[in-house]
Write a protein that binds this ligand. Structure first.
Ligand SMILES: *Cc1c(COP(=O)(O)O)cnc(C)c1O
Length: 401
């Protein structure tokens, strides 16, 4: 679609803002939420909705969880909510230490969102590559179907014409490559490529797990060219797949990993985790954030991380994920959907019809879902969803098909 066509179709479909003071970038349904408890949200009419969106993978512990409430309260009790990064704080230092101890990484940069975590990853990759190889090594490669955020750099690596076209020109020295198992070697150009960025499971692109052998081939291609491999685990990291990091399923370790959505359990936070080799190339002043890693959010994030990393908690996510797989596969076998893909508690059901219709019917039935592309209904309940709520949600989904 050309830019002109796109703008005209957009103009024809701009939703009624009906006096809303919000910029109309979101299509929001009618309910106005005033509260939450566990896996449910409650609207101003007193209706309960079972939340299988988890705020797009953010509310990993559901709504109103005591761990999060206590962490916020403890933080408020210290009187330490913000200091800026002019100074060190204990919560940020402790959280960075925890993340380093529980991952491949040697150092962490904190920000406030997934897009920001990716922007930092892109800057760090360029800094590392140009320091090591000179000014030609600036290219960042993303993969077909990937999503990395809406800021200009992250958008340049997001494979959606509708998101990109109205905002051209985007960042130079970026490229979207085919995720073709036979052509992995061609993804990395040793003369130009600084890094390849990939989601181990593409979330927005339709919940598409990348096969472990593809990730391994990509790791090899990056190693041969000495380019960095960046895993965007903003949506699938921190327990969503039933392992702490999604890449653990493949045994492939990246050089850089970005986190955000569930990190602070509902408060905004992003993190960019890097190896010592990458960290060494970064100088004071190269990057920064006023709010990033503030003591309130960092304290909450540490509580969330510790809770989610408990082996019994992760095992429970895997058990529930197996139950979801079983029920969705039965739906596919019955011919009521085309495909079911996912891992842990992130699933995509390819319904072969507009996903928005299913999402709308589910809302009427009291189940909150979102789509992942035009035909895929996405299921992402809180990681601690109760077994009976999980069954109820799957029943409501079936009724909504
Ligand atoms: C949501 C998402 C982002 C962007 O996160 P924001 O917090 O919305 O900026 C980036 N990458 C992936 C994989 C995501 O799912």
């Amino acid at each position: 679609m050309s830019l002109g066509e796109l703008v005209r179709t957009r103009a024809a479909t701009v939703p009624e803002t009906a006096g809303s003071p919000l910029v109309a970038v979101y299509r929001q349904p009618a309910p106005v939420f005033i509260g939450g408890v566990g896996s449910y949200l409650i609207d101003d009419q007193g209706e309960r909705y079972l939340d299988f969106t988890s705020g797009i993978g953010v509310n990993a512990l559901g709504h109103g969880h005591a761990t999060i409430a206590h962490a916020i309260q403890r933080s408020l009790d210290t009187g330490l909510v913000h200091t800026s990064n002019l100074f060190r704080t204990k919560p940020a230092t402790d959280l960075a230490g925890w993340l380093v101890e529980h991952s491949f990484a040697d150092a962490v940069f904190f920000s406030n969102s997934g897009a920001e975590a990716n922007e930092a990853a892109l800057k760090f990759a360029r800094r590392w590559a140009t320091a090591a190889y000179g000014p030609e090594r600036t290219e960042i490669v993303a993969l077909r179907g990937g999503f990395h955020g809406r800021t200009m750099g992250a958008l340049s690596l997001t494979d959606r014409v509708a998101y990109q076209a109205p905002f051209a020109p985007l960042l130079g020295a970026t490229r979207i490559a085919e995720l073709d198992a036979d052509a992995i070697a061609e993804i990395v150009d040793p003369a130009r490529t600084a890094a390849v960025i990939i989601e181990p499971i593409q979330g927005e692109g339709g919940v598409r797990p990348v096969p472990p052998k593809t990730l391994r081939a990509l790791r090899d291609a990056c190693d041969r060219a000495d380019a960095l491999l960046i895993f965007d685990e903003v949506q699938v990291g921190l327990g969503r797949t039933g392992r702490l990091w999604a890449h653990e399923w493949s045994g492939v370790t990246p050089d850089v990993m970005t986190l955000a959505k569930p990190l602070a359990g509902g408060l905004p936070m992003g993190a960019t985790l890097v190896t010592a080799a990458v960290a060494k190339s970064i100088q004071p002043g190269d990057h920064g954030s006023t709010f990033g890693g503030g003591p309130l959010v960092a304290g909450v994030a540490l509580a969330v991380c510790r809770h989610v990393a408990e082996p019994a908690f992760l095992a429970d996510v895997r058990t529930k994920g197996a139950r979801v797989a079983q029920r969705l596969e039965a739906i596919v076998r019955a011919g009521r959907a085309r495909d079911a893909r996912g891992s842990g508690l992130l699933w995509g059901l390819d319904v072969a019809t507009p996903a928005a219709d299913v999402v709308a019917r589910a809302l009427d039935a009291g189940l909150l879902l979102c789509s992942a592309g035009p035909d895929v209904v996405r299921l992402g309940p809180p990681l601690n969803v109760a077994d009976e709520d999980l069954e109820t949600g799957l029943d409501l989904l079936e009724e909504s098909l």
